[in-house]
Write a protein that binds this ligand. Structure first.
Ligand code: NAD
Ligand code: UD1
Length: 336
């Protein structure tokens, strides 16, 4: 079964490709490499023994997509490609809406022309904004986003929802990821952020490996268990298997399907620091700093719907997330 993976050279896409190959599927990757390295392909091959077909190109290039769909018998598409840095999206909204929203529209148009109407979209818990209650269920309100990145995810969700209403033979699955962390247990693949990491786990990992002096903990005065922000961290391999479960469970069923992919457990910043210190066998230096503007106090997923309808549940612990991140980071201190 050939499945087109847009953004398949990136962090989540590459781990999903490994899981797909191991599940007997054939991923075909397209990626413009704006945030990924070509070396990823060799690592996928090292792990699985299979080098997937990779075509370098942009999802906004409709002629490129048309020729790809003409040349391959694509069963479905998992759409990871996009820009994802919140701060950068505030500075460059046009670039973010063009890449994320326009890119998704070009892709959907090319799919329709080719008669490929099964799409899984990488959305984010960011569409829930500051949640009124936790755990967050899929029917919680969406759209109160606070930055162009989050708004772009919400807009794509809306476009795809309208598409399914208008053309009910489409199968569209919106997967709302909580906080993906961790790495492949081999230590061969992991997250490789360019520049200063925006997210907690890669920052901690770079402190542990000596690339950065200390972590700034953004606020310890939230009304959470220890005053620091609480999130639902999910191991990237669990997230990857969630995509396989979605493809198998609803990927051929017409209509709109929406699932949270999280663990249902919240961990604080200091708990993550502690887990990482245990994994790497040394303390991770940190300093309490002011809150980061736009941050929420806490958020975690209700996982009931995915469990019930997809038979999928995350199984890996925070200790495994930290251990696998450390194996990746210490084996590849400068990334790929
Ligand atoms: P990533 O940056 O590692 O991967 C995205 C990939 O898409 C990169 O390899 C990049 O080169 C490619 N790409 C970007 N624009 C493209 C374009 N126009 N044409 C072709 N390729 C393009 O990011 P990731 O962490 O793997 O995230 C994958 C998806 O999941 C994104 O859509 C992201 O918004 C979403 N998501 C990520 C997180 C997270 O914390 N990592 C959380 C929620 C949702
Ligand atoms: C961020 C994005 C969100 C995106 C998600 C993807 C913001 C406001 N939100 O969410 O849109 O979908 O990443 O994973 O950027 N922290 C520190 N020090 C750091 C980094 C983070 O203390 O150097 C804290 C944060 O305050 C937060 C927690 O760690 O409490 C997690 O932060 P982060 O990894 O950036 O994820 P989110 O804020 O959940």
């Amino acid at each position: 079964m050939e499945v087109l993976i847009t953004g398949g050279m990136g962090y989540i896409g590459s781990h999903t490709c490994v899981e797909m190959i191991e599940a007997g599927m054939t991923p075909i990757i397209i990626d413009n490499l704006c945030n990924a390295k070509a070396e990823v392909l060799n690592r996928i091959e090292q792990i699985t023994g299979v080098k997937p077909l990779f075509l370098q190109g942009d999802i906004r290039d409709e002629a490129f997509l048309d020729s790809l769909f003409a040349a391959h018998d694509i069963h479905s598409v998992i759409h990871f490609a996009g820009l994802k840095a919140v701060g950068e999206s505030v500075a460059k909204p046009l670039e973010y809406y063009d890449n994320n929203v326009n890119g998704s529209l070009v892709l959907a148009r090319a799919m329709r022309k080719a008669g490929v109407k099964r799409l899984v979209f990488s959305s984010s818990a960011t569409v829930y904004g500051d949640p009124q209650q936790v755990p967050i269920t899929e029917s919680s309100p969406v759209g109160e986003t606070t930055n162009p990145y989050g708004t772009s995810k919400f807009m794509v969700e809306q476009c795809l929802t309208d598409l399914v209403h208008a053309e009910p033979d489409w199968s569209v699955t919106l997967l709302r990821y909580f906080n993906p962390v961790g790495a492949h247990p081999s230590g061969l693949m992991g997250e490789d952020p360019q520049g200063i990491p925006n997210n907690l786990m890669p920052f901690i990992a770079q402190v542990a490996v000596g690339r950065r002096e200390k972590l700034a903990v953004f606020g310890d005065d939230y009304s959470t268990k220890d005053g620091t922000g609480v999130r639902d961290y999910i191991h990237v391999m669990d997230l990857a298997s969630g995509h396989i479960a979605a493809l198998k469970g609803v990927g051929e069923k017409a209509g709109l399907h929406v699932f949270n992919l999280g663990t249902g457990q919240g961990s604080s910043v200091l708990e993550m620091v502690q887990a990482f210190s245990q994994a790497c066998g040394k303390p991770v230096a940190y300093e309490i700093c002011p809150r980061r503007p736009g941050d929420i106090a806490e958020c975690w997923a209700s996982t009931e719907k995915a469990e019930r309808e997809l038979g999928w549940k995350a199984t890996r612990s925070v200790a495994e997330m930290a251990a696998d991140t450390w194996r990746w980071q210490s084996n590849n201190p400068q990334g790929y």
